[in-house]
Ligand binder design. Structure first.
Ligand code: GLV
Ligand code: MN
Ligand code: MN
Length: 389
């Protein structure tokens, strides 16, 4: 059986702890190789679609297919479960279905989506967004990683053809329904398995403050235009604005040039904002404080929305059907983004969540008990059998 321990040695981040596996980097390519070998060992036919998503078909690809899967990339210093649990559980489900002599009467596949976390190129769910046309290929291919490598260059180096990137109606038209199993990430589940009801609207914004780079020892405080000042006030504004269920986070600040004895000339600050309704309004409010702080320090500010996704309500009929198959497990909302949320706009989509006792995720301490992971794989097997029978 496939297991998360098979992946334990791939993409470990010894500096941050946990794993750093990003779209089309060495670790993610090694994970793709692992997946392809596991699929081939099971006589599944693998293919990489036009946008670098990996598929493994049980039987012939075709319309009305039952699709399951998740992603293998991680955030920087991420946990072992977010993404890989859904892929490993899908392989386990195929094994279990075969062991009981089940053959799907519908086309059936496991999918691994590319760069779900946006940990390398900054836009989450990049593979599913490209496939569904929710990001333009020209925009996506120009995205750069922290070393200045474009997505176009990275996929070319991985043997893909960037000119074929973009909305893939052929791949989409084969999907009858998609079920993604995922570790739960918000202390929302008191039993081993649940189903998802909705995903909060969320997006990422980049604030670039420009001041005057200068000498830390000789520049009088009164003479400074230090972009770090409004940048730090933006962090506070984000926390202040996130009231009720709303969330606003600054997890990444890049001062340029970034020297201890140098007043920065620019600072980039990324804001991740989420709310059941009104994530954009939340950022407008945060931006007002940022503009004011920039002006007070004599700095310029440019705000760019780098990605956005509206609130997702998963297909109610499918969700209730699957919850019923699982004996009436609870349905819960989530603040985390998923490829399932992107696909939900185009095809009936559902998610199964596996209990995470602490709720910690996007961190090395992310955890689910082996017995709960097993319960998740059993639940996934049952719903796939139900859907593909
Ligand atoms: C992805 O996991 C996200 O919610 O950012
Ligand atoms: Mn994640
Ligand atoms: Mn995930």
């Amino acid at each position: 059986m496939a297991s998360l321990t098979d992946l334990a040695g791939i993409g470990r981040d010894t500096r941050r702890g946990g794993y750093s596996r990003h779209g089309f980097d060495r670790a993610e390519l090694d994970l793709r190789e692992w997946f392809t070998a596991e699929a081939t060992r099971r006589d599944l036919d693998t293919e990489t679609d036009r946008n670098g998503n990996l598929w493994a078909w049980w039987g012939r690809p075709g319309p009305d297919a039952v699709i399951t899967g998740s992603h293998l990339d991680s955030v920087p210093g991420g946990g072992a479960f977010d993404g890989p649990l859904g892929v490993v559980s899908a392989l386990q489900a195929v094994d279990s279905l075969r062991a009981k002599g089940f053959t799907p009467s519908k086309p059936f596949a496991i999918v691994v989506f590319a760069e779900e976390e946006g940990g390398r190129f900054g836009v989450a769910c990049l593979g599913s967004r490209l496939m569904t046309g929710s990001i333009r290929p020209e925009t996506a291919l120009r995205l750069t990683d922290s070393g200045g490598v474009t997505l176009a260059e990275a996929v070319t180096a991985a043997g893909l053809d960037p000119t074929r990137f973009g909305r893939d109606d052929e791949a989409l038209s084969r999907i009858g329904c998609f079920v993604e199993l995922h570790v739960e990430q918000g202390k929302g589940l008191a039993v081993p398995v649940g189903v998802a009801s909705s995903i909060m609207a969320h997006g990422r914004w980049r604030f670039t403050f420009t001041g005057q780079g200068n000498h830390a020892g000789t520049t009088l405080i009164a003479d400074r235009r230090d972009p770090m000042l409004p940048a730090s006030q933006l962090v506070l504004a984000a926390r202040r604005a996130a009231v009720g269920d709303a969330r606003a986070t600054v997890g990444r600040i890049v001062p340029n040039p970034g020297g201890t004895n140098v007043i920065a000339s620019t600072v980039d600050v990324w804001v991740d904002a989420r709310a059941a309704e009104g994530a954009r309004e939340l950022v407008e409010q945060i931006s007002e404080d940022a503009w004011r702080a920039a002006e007070e320090e004599g700095c310029e500010l440019v705000v760019r929305e780098e990605s956005y996704g509206d609130t997702v309500h998963f297909d109610t009929a499918l969700r209730d059907d699957l919850a019923g198959v699982l004996g009436g497990v609870p349905a819960l909302p989530t603040g985390a983004g998923h490829d399932a949320g992107i696909l939900a706009a185009r095809v009936p989509t559902a998610m199964l969540f596996v209990r995470n006792p602490t709720g910690i995720s996007h961190a090395p301490e992310e955890y689910a008990e082996p017995a709960d992971c097993e319960a998740g794989a059993v639940a996934l097997t049952a719903v796939l059998e139900h859907l593909a029978r």
